[in-house]
Design a protein around this ligand. Structure first.
Ligand SMILES: [Zn+2]
Length: 169
């Protein structure tokens, strides 16, 4: 257990310290966004690959649309500097739940543990799809129309507000 300062109050049964970079990332978001109760941070190869693409995560698949509006944070080395916290929070913004960390990975946030993992699942699937589809050339990819994208996102948000689990198919 530890506070926002990063000082360990009670180490419990472990002899390990805290991961300073992970702590910087998670504490900055928790402090700035009290609506966020859980943050998942991962760098799977497919997400790291998409994070390095100039086009970002494209709305190629339903999973991509289910990520909602996505924030981006440019790579600034290992996240141990205090001034990075401000930039992380600014880049995530006041509403978005998913942020791609360029040349690194992503964070998926949730008001519950389930919601954070649901976003994480969607990001990972969406990036897997993009990495598999990208070799044909980004300009050869078929994207849903703006109207369809907006409709799916609107339905998605309505489902979220009803606090239901994901049952889209
Ligand atoms: Zn990381």
């Amino acid at each position: 257990m530890f506070f926002f300062s990063g000082n360990i109050v009670d180490p419990g049964s472990t002899t390990y310290g805290i991961n300073r970079a992970g702590y910087t990332l998670h504490s900055a978001i928790h402090k700035a966004r009290p609506d966020i109760k859980c943050i998942v941070h991962l760098h799977t190869p497919a997400v790291a690959a998409v994070s390095a693409m100039k086009c970002g995560l494209l709305p190629l698949s339903q999973d991509a649309l289910f990520c909602g509006k996505i924030s981006y944070h440019d790579y600034r080395g290992i996240l141990i500097e205090d001034d990075v916290k401000k930039l992380l929070v600014e880049d995530l913004g006041p509403i978005n739940k998913v942020m791609i960390l360029r040349n690194h990975g992503f964070v998926a946030c949730g008001e519950t543990i389930e919601e954070a993992w649901k976003y994480a699942f969607n990001v990972i699937n969406a990036c897997e799809v993009q990495v598999r589809a990208a070799p044909v050339g980004i300009d050869q990819l078929y994207l849903p129309s703006n109207e369809q994208q907006k409709r799916v996102i609107k339905d998605f948000i309505l489902k979220e507000r009803k606090n239901s689990l994901f049952v889209f198919s």
